[in-house]
Design a protein around this ligand. Structure first.
Ligand code: GLY
Length: 369
């Protein structure tokens, strides 16, 4: 198979599709190679757009997250216009209750992204029904969410189809054939594929394909419950981001609860310990959940790097670009990644932020290329 004029995106998950749509809108020929659309991390996450609640310290990563969050309204609107589908973007704010009063209740965030401390009385007024152990918390009104599993990935898939992106599902890249400078071709289960440029968006599986790019899996187990029909209105209209737990209400009454953080490689499946810890923490932060009917359990693998920051831009090979390692923030960072990587690939325009996320930060003498 030869698609030599094309930009080949290796990985058909949320990141690959976001990039494909952006590149195609800018006139590029794009082919996406997708091993298994359903195993991508975009299907797993809760869809929080939470650069502030995730307590990312001030610096390039927070800037990247805030920029991406600010792109969300226009980005999702664009996808909705292209497809006619709802993306379910919801600028609902995120409340972060705590069980111990912190040393400081000041957070150094930009003025247009306030972090508002609420004492015990104020937080209970803000959100009735919190657990008795909650002593206060922060309100991040600009943080938001999107229903990634049921809406966003479908809208992205439909947009890429509508725009004419070639997506080859079931194509597994087994080897990247390269010389010392460049990628020459991809060895796949359907034969060799060549393109003019290659972009790697292979998530947690990146290290298996290109060991010199250090990305490995960190597992998360999750579940969902549903607000019983006896409720007249939603008991939660904002995300709760607690200690090792988050509770993400959707507008239709589904509530997503996550997630464990486990270094167990690609060990699939749920565990009693994982599920028990999620249930216990969820009920502690919002006790009403104890009686809500469980809908589903699932798990997935976050693409993790040694410093927990993404790897964006150049690679060891001149015609291969990296967009991997988004760890806990893949849904949040999809629009900014698509924008910056598209500008880099099509115009060689390197946004100043990209230098902080370059793969070279891991390239030491002991790594072999
Ligand atoms: N985005 C939250 C998580 O990865 O669990």
């Amino acid at each position: 198979m030869n698609v030599s004029d094309d930009i080949i995106i290796i990985g058909g998950g949320l990141m690959g599709l976001s990039l494909a749509v952006e590149l195609k809108l800018r006139g590029a020929n794009v082919t996406v190679l997708s091993r298994n659309f359903h195993e991508a991390a975009g299907h797993v996450a809760a869809g929080m757009l939470a650069p502030q609640a995730e307590a990312i310290p001030p610096g390039p990563m927070l800037e990247l997250g805030l920029r991406s969050r600010s792109l969300y309204p226009q980005w999702t609107q664009k996808l909705e216009q292209i497809t006619g589908l709802d993306t379910s973007y919801w600028p609902c704010g995120i409340l972060a209750p705590v069980y111990e009063i912190p040393d400081t209740t000041k957070i150094d965030h930009p003025a247009d992204s306030p972090a508002i401390w609420l004492d015990q009385q104020a937080i209970n007024q803000h959100q009735p029904g919190l657990g008795a152990d909650v002593v206060g918390g922060w309100w991040f009104p600009q943080d938001a969410q999107v229903d990634n599993r049921r809406h966003l990935v479908k809208a992205l898939q439909a947009a890429s189809e509508k725009l004419g992106v070639k997506t080859l599902e079931g194509v597994e890249v087994q080897d990247i054939i390269r010389n010392s400078k460049a990628v020459e071709a991809l060895e796949t289960n359907r034969g060799k594929i060549t393109g003019s440029q290659y972009i790697l968006t292979t998530g947690a599986w990146t290290g298996q394909l290109l060991p010199q790019v250090p990305v490995y899996p960190r597992k998360g187990q999750m579940l969902s419950v549903k607000v019983p029909e006896s409720f007249d209105s939603l008991p939660l209209k904002q995300v709760l981001f607690g200690t090792e737990i988050y509770v993400v209400p959707r507008r239709d009454g589904l509530i997503v609860i996550g997630a464990t953080l486990e270094d167990v490689g690609f060990n699939v499946g749920l565990t009693p310990d994982g599920v028990q810890s999620l249930l216990w923490r969820a009920i502690r932060i919002f006790p009403l959940l104890r009686d809500f009917p469980i809908q589903e359990f699932w798990w997935g693998f976050r693409p993790t790097t040694p410093d927990l920051l993404p790897i964006l831009g150049t690679s060891p090979f001149e015609n291969l670009t990296l967009a991997v390692g988004h760890y806990r923030n893949g849904i949040l960072l999809a629009p900014i990644t698509a924008k910056l990587i598209t500008e880099w690939v099509l115009e060689q325009k390197s946004d100043p932020l990209l230098e902080y996320f370059c793969w070279e930060r891991f390239s030491t003498a002991q790594l072999q290329y």
